[in-house]
Design a protein around this ligand. Structure first.
Ligand code: NAP
Length: 243
């Protein structure tokens, strides 16, 4: 049966929550009544602003390194004694022609976008199980579903996040649900790149999405019955439906 107050008394960790989509998710979770843990890497000033506005505590870690992931979850446990929700939002994105992707660029993208998501899920699940379970939402991407020719490493990493979501939904059942939100183009301040403009022009809804719309989808998975697991929700204005 659905919980009538699914966020009250719950602790939610959002990675990469200083700015943009992660910030929108942290603010929305706080507005829903959750106790929020804001993770950041380099954007300390923005993270402080998000934390102040969401009444959250701040946690710093470079998620490229597994020992830092373990330290992050230990600090969250020390601060709150539990973890109910984990939103794996932190990621890297870059546009590089496939013929020019270096080993270093491949590793940087995969270390944050895929390896860190796995080890955050693992550490998060271990902590959640100490209090009976929880819910995980991984931010993947339309680029993990559709092939973007100048983003081979990014697309491969996000396709990995989608498969990881499905695998872990089975591996962590019955006490933890794992789902994924796959954003299309989400725009913030400043001018859109020509590529983003082209994608928006091809989007049936004829606009970019907002951080708040992605946060809405994340919250809907966290509010849902744990019977909803292993699912990927594209929030992309219909772009994934184009021929
Ligand atoms: N924006 C879009 O149009 C779009 C489209 C499809 C999918 N998505 C996905 O949605 C999520 C959020 O998107 P976004 O555009 O808001 O993301 P973003 O601004 O590119 O990155 C989010 C955060 O990830 C953190 N991060 C990067 N490398 C890190 C590292 N080594 N260790 C720890 N944190 C690290 C950064 O934290 P610091 O700033 O604190 O260093 C950054 O603020 C991502 O998973 C992204 O792939 C976004």
């Amino acid at each position: 049966m659905a919980d009538s107050a699914p966020f009250r008394g719950k602790v939610a960790l959002v990675t990469g929550a200083a700015r943009r989509i992660g910030r929108a998710i942290a603010l929305r979770l706080a507005a829903e009544g959750a106790t929020v843990a804001v993770h950041y890497h380099q954007s300390e000033q923005d993270a402080r602003r998000t934390a102040e506005e969401s009444g959250a505590r701040l946690f710093n870690a470079n998620l490229e390194h597994v020992p830092e992931i373990h330290r992050l979850f230990t600090e969250v446990e020390q601060a709150y004694g539990r973890l109910d929700f984990l939103v794996n939002n932190a990621a890297r994105f870059e546009q590089v022609p496939a013929l020019e992707i270096t080993e270093e660029a491949w590793d940087q993208i995969h270390n944050v976008n895929l390896k860190a998501v796995f080890f955050c899920c693992q550490a998060g699940a271990r902590l959640m199980l100490k209090n009976g379970g929880g819910k995980i939402v991984n931010l993947s991407s339309l680029g993990g579903i559709r092939p973007w020719s100048e983003h081979a490493h990014y697309c491969a990493s996000k396709a990995g996040v989608i498969m990881l979501t499905r695998v872990l939904a089975k591996a962590f059942a019955p006490h933890i649900s794992v789902n994924s939100v796959a954003p299309g183009v989400v725009h913030f301040e400043g001018e859109m790149t020509p590529r983003a403009q082209r994608l928006v022009a091809a989007t049936p809804m004829r606009r970019a999405g907002t951080g708040e719309e992605i946060a809405e989808a994340v919250v809907s998975f966290l509010r849902a019955s744990p019977f909803v697991t292993g699912q990927v929700l594209a929030v992309d204005g219909g772009l994934s439906q184009r021929a």
